[in-house]
Design a protein around this ligand. Structure first.
Ligand SMILES: [Zn+2]
Length: 231
């Protein structure tokens, strides 16, 4: 008997091709358990246990937190520069490592968590440098970006259709937020209160959003675009 997929010779008792895994089937051959023609794989691929990897990475993060903190306390007797290091490490941990503690990390939960961590880090910097830009600038910007990205991620995950509407809408919304962002910058840093540079991203994002929504509405245009993009 030969494998119908790769042609390797099989013993009649073989339940599965040892080379490609194809299950052989012949109605007249009754297959029973028996000796295999091929030896067992002596060197099976071994994978690193994800749990152990997480524990090692987390320990390294912890060491990375503690050492600068101790040095800083030893030298300055209070938290100065190490605060930024610790904040940055916590932020990168929340964004990159924390989701993978879970088997199937849900972006609808972890995306807002990442934005919240970024907001907290900025709040800490603002506090550490005695700034007054957090409430009038960093918080609204990070908050708005967080809400838009979370909304897109949620819609893409739970709504099966209408991706063009989702991305088009998000693009329009981001475009409209641009002048608001510039105004916030101007107010926070005491600049003249009119908008200038934000009109460029506004135009680009609104055009992109309008195009995506047009494609979502107009089926012939969408099909013609698909033919052009996918050969
Ligand atoms: Zn085979």
């Amino acid at each position: 008997m030969y494998c119908i997929n790769c042609g390797v010779k099989l013993e009649d008792t073989e339940k599965k091709c040892p080379l490609c895994g194809t299950v052989p089937f012949h109605p007249e051959i009754v297959r029973e358990e028996g000796e295999r023609l091929y030896p067992e794989n002596k060197y099976p691929r071994r994978e690193v246990s994800p749990k152990l990897a997480h524990i090692i990475i987390s320990t390294m993060y912890l060491i990375g937190l503690i050492i600068p903190l101790l040095c800083d306390l030893q030298i300055n007797s209070r938290v100065t520069w190490s605060g930024y290091v610790v904040g940055a490490l916590i932020l990168s941990y929340v964004v990159m490592i924390l989701p993978y503690w879970f088997k199937r990390p849900n972006p609808v939960i972890f995306v807002p968590c990442g934005f919240a961590a970024a907001g907290l880090y900025l709040w800490y910097i603002n506090y550490a440098v005695n700034g007054d830009w957090f409430l009038s600038f960093a918080f609204p910007v990070v908050g708005a970006a967080g809400v838009v990205v979370t909304a897109v991620v949620t819609l893409v995950k739970y709504v099966r259709r209408g991706k063009l509407y989702i991305f088009g809408g998000a693009s329009l919304l981001l475009g409209v937020l641009m002048p608001v962002l510039e105004l916030l910058v101007n107010i926070t840093f005491a600049r003249p209160r009119f908008v200038f540079w934000s009109l460029y991203p506004l135009t680009a994002l609104v055009l992109l959003g309008a195009m995506l929504i047009f494609l979502a509405i107009c089926r012939p245009a969408r099909e013609s675009m698909e033919r052009k993009f996918f050969i």
